[in-house]
Design a protein around this ligand. Structure first.
Ligand code: XLS
Ligand code: NI
Ligand code: NI
Length: 450
């Protein structure tokens, strides 16, 4: 442990240290009063035969953590980052990357995630952007090698630039679709070069503001063509990872085509993308779609598509993507029940797509936010594991469905009964017994183990 620390600290030696006075965050247990320590997340601790590190594969989001300066629609940025000062775009990007790898190493996350434009500002032309990305991915490759930090997924930001105001892959103008293609090609090249394990599509502008001027069928068909083209290109370049689609119902568009897990799964089936694509689900997006995150995870797991998770939380009193750090133990425990029963994530990890509040302006707030997020996931995992292993939860759930394991129920489950059979059985059996769902008892089990 000690030598690893030394090795990691070496990384920032000779360079500017951005998070001064903060060392590697260690597990100290719940009795510790050190705010710069984990109370629950012990990366080596085994839960159900697997270490916490391997269960979660935590990732740090480049955009919120190193680019998000606290601006909102009502006010200017509040955070002045010391890595944001150089006036040269490449130098500034390198400073930011130094800070990023210093943070990721100190917090002890094995992965990070980025959009192309998080790593370095877009250039005036596509070719200039590509050149900048080449320089920065060379730099990132070195940083990854030295630190052991890996890329969970890369993506292209196809929503911030004004050219995408009417959509990217779903834009009514082919020239914009082509530009988006160029940008995705560069982002895929960068992801592959950095050994990225997955690639994400979040379609913030892939939807519409008004249906009156929108040919929905044409746009969705184009979207599918675009995804096929991206997938074919990446595969031709040797990319073996998984593509993820990240559902969200709205914001910034009024209606987003990737509305929720069920909608995306139907889309993937319809357009023959099931073999290459899975889902990257986000808590706050589930809330916006009127679902719980546990619901979204279960829908994806049912289809074998529970790929990855963007961890954050919304605010129940307002209806936008507040991207706060997760802290709701009850909500997370329900999610971890689905997570464990599904056998974990298929290829992905837990990425903190979350930002500190506008008025959290100290650099160490970034540590507190991530420590809290990692701890609450760890605690929820432990609780869910206890519920599954020690309580009657699994048995009670099974008992609710035992009528399908015997007699006519079993025949029905095998697809052997038609509607006339059902009618005959119902006539013979008469009015079914009233059977309680025992919801409160199920809820109490969670409470007992928390
Ligand atoms: C926005 C999304 C975004 C994606 C990546 O709401 O969550 O951050 O995760 O483009
Ligand atoms: Ni996200
Ligand atoms: Ni989001």
């Amino acid at each position: 442990m000690k030598s690893l620390d030394k090795q990691r600290i070496k990384l920032v030696k000779g360079k500017k240290e951005y998070f001064k006075g903060i060392g590697k965050i260690k597990f100290e247990g719940r009795k510790s009063d050190n705010p710069f320590s984990f109370k629950w997340y012990n990366e080596k601790q085994k839960v159900g035969g697997k270490s916490m590190k391997d269960h979660f594969r935590f990732a740090i989001a480049y955009w919120h953590t190193f680019c998000g300066t606290g601006g909102d629609p009502f006010g200017a940025p509040t955070k002045k980052f010391p890595w944001d000062e150089n006036t040269n775009a490449i130098e500034r990007a390198k400073d930011k990357m130094d800070a990023a790898f210093e943070f990721i190493t100190k917090i002890g996350a094995p992965y990070y995630c980025f959009h192309d434009v998080d790593m370095v500002d877009e250039g005036a032309t596509l070719a200039e952007t590509e050149r900048r990305l080449e320089i920065m991915t060379d730099y990132a490759l070195e940083k990854q090698k030295k630190s052991g930090v890996k890329l969970l997924w890369g993506t292209a930001n196809l929503f911030s630039h004004p050219r995408y105001m009417n959509g990217a892959a779903t834009n009514p103008d082919f020239n914009v679709v082509a530009y988006a293609g160029g940008q995705v090609k560069n982002a895929l090249d960068a992801t592959i070069k950095l050994g990225g394990e997955n690639y994400v599509f979040w379609g913030g502008r892939e939807g519409y503001l008004s249906l009156l001027n929108t040919n929905m069928k044409k746009e969705i068909d184009n979207f599918a063509r675009f995804l096929h083209a991206a997938k074919d290109y990446a595969r031709s370049q040797g990319f073996k990872g998984t593509f993820f689609i990240e559902p969200k119902p709205c914001e910034p568009s009024k209606h987003q085509y990737d509305y929720d897990a069920a909608t995306v799964i139907a889309f993937l089936r319809e357009y023959d993308l099931m073999n290459d694509f899975k889902l990257n689900l986000e808590f706050n997006h589930a809330t916006l779609a009127g679902h719980t995150m546990a619901h979204e995870m279960q829908v994806a797991a049912n289809a074998g598509l529970l790929g990855s998770v963007d961890a954050n939380r919304g605010d129940y009193q307002n209806g936008w993507d507040t991207d706060q750090f997760p802290n709701d133990l009850y909500e997370l425990t329900e999610c971890m029940l689905v997570f464990l029963q599904a056998g974990g994530l298929k290829g992905g990890g837990i990425n903190f797509d979350a930002k500190t509040r506008r008025n959290s302006t100290d650099l160490d707030d970034i540590f507190h936010a991530h420590i809290g997020g990692m701890d609450v996931f760890a605690r929820a995992l432990l609780i869910a594991n206890d519920v599954l292993k020690e309580s009657k939860y699994v048995e009670l759930m099974k008992t609710r469905y035992t009528s399908f394991s015997r007699g006519n129920g079993a025949k029905f489950a095998k697809g052997k009964l038609g509607l006339e059979d059902l009618s005959r059985i119902a006539t013979k059996n008469g009015e079914p017994e009233v059977r309680s769902g025992k919801q409160e008892m199920f809820e109490n089990i969670i409470n007992q183990y928390i």
